[in-house]
Design a protein around this ligand. Structure first.
Ligand code: ADP
Ligand code: ZN
Length: 311
């Protein structure tokens, strides 16, 4: 008989909430809880409380996986490895997540961005199975993206920062406050189409826009330019679009149409058929891409540590 899969603790650290869970995979998520993101002291103490409770209820976990909002330091040679770094979120700059968990639980701790976790989860169990390279983009309060290439999550001088890809400014916009809302850039995708930017540009929240609101055509065009650049650079086999703003059923078809126009027939490959239905897709894990990806990160860290590698 084979050994049962080891129990993993997973944390999806978000700007509005932390999702914590324990389990062994998508069919065995034994416990899941949501903790509001307030101050680091308060939130991380709640996470500790949850993990202690989960441990006494379900038994010890063999590893912990964390997918975090960023930017984060993923360079293992750096003194600030495992920290959230320059986030504008008050109080969260330079907060160390990994050390705290490692010293408390004495198990391997994996750390990556929330969106890299999500792309990993989707590649294993969701809309990106056997599809590599794979990109996952969330359009929520902000815009972020994770990238998986040859089975590995992409890191470099930092991690991918897809939300800040430069795009052409919307032409003849009817937005009430027609500027890019990124504090760093004049023309980036997050500054135009994140949930926060849409609310600021159009004066009302995106979830209240009617289906024929002009913001949707504009959002589709901005997204299409970002997706064209990603496609031309990384040649992904699929791009998954998640996050609150992408919940609108009509937005994906608009984005596909706009992307086809921007690429103008350049890619003649089976993955990119006329409709782009299989190229631009919604997530397959029903809101659990990030937390399941964090679980997979923990599992990978455990396997590495068993091989004697550092996680
Ligand atoms: P977060 O990015 O904070 O993790 P979400 O991915 O849920 O959370 O994104 C929240 C943003 O998405 C908000 O700006 C909200 O207005 C927007 N949003 C949520 N639901 C919808 C919807 N059905 N249509 C359009 N926008 C939405
Ligand atoms: Zn920007």
């Amino acid at each position: 008989m084979s050994n049962p899969s080891p129990l993993i603790a997973a944390i999806e650290a978000g700007g509005t909430k932390f999702v914590c869970a324990v389990g062994t995979g998508p069919d065995d998520l034994r416990d899941i809880a949501r903790i509001p993101t307030t101050t680091p002291g308060e939130t991380l103490a709640e996470v500790d409380r949850y993990l202690s409770m989960a441990q006494s209820k379900h038994g010890p976990f063999a590893a912990i996986g964390v997918g975090s909002f960023g930017p984060v330091d993923l360079d293992k040679a750096s003194k600030t490895y495992g920290c959230i770094t320059t986030t504008p979120k008050p109080g969260w700059q330079s907060v160390g997540v990994v050390n705290r968990l490692q010293s408390r639980y004495q198990v391997p701790v994996a750390f990556d961005t929330d969106v890299n976790a999500a792309v990993l989860g989707e590649s294993l169990w969701g809309a990106g199975k056997n599809t590599d390279p794979l990109v996952y983009i969330t359009v929520g309060t902000g815009v972020g993206g994770g990238v998986l290439v040859h089975g590995q999550l992409l890191h470099g001088i930092l991690h991918p920062e897809i939300g800040h890809l430069m795009v052409p400014a919307p032409q003849h916009s009817k937005a009430v406050h027609d500027i890019c809302h990124c504090p760093f850039h004049k023309n980036c995708v997050e500054g135009y189409v994140s949930g926060a930017a849409l609310a600021a540009r159009w004066g009302v929240r995106a979830d209240t826009f009617s289906n024929d609101h002009p913001a949707w055509q504009e959002t589709a065009k901005v997204m299409a330019h970002a997706l064209a650049n990603i496609t031309l650079t990384l040649c992904p086999r699929r791009i998954i679009l998640g996050g609150g703003v992408m919940q609108q059923p009509h937005i994906l078809p608009l984005i596909r149409k706009s992307l086809a126009k921007v690429l103008n027939g350049y890619f003649k490959v089976p993955e990119m058929d006329q409709s782009l239905d299989h190229f631009i897709v919604p997530p397959g894990l029903n809101g659990h891409s990030g937390i399941l990806g964090a679980l997979a990160l923990g599992d990978r860290a455990l396997k590495k540590s068993m091989l004697g590698e550092t996680c």
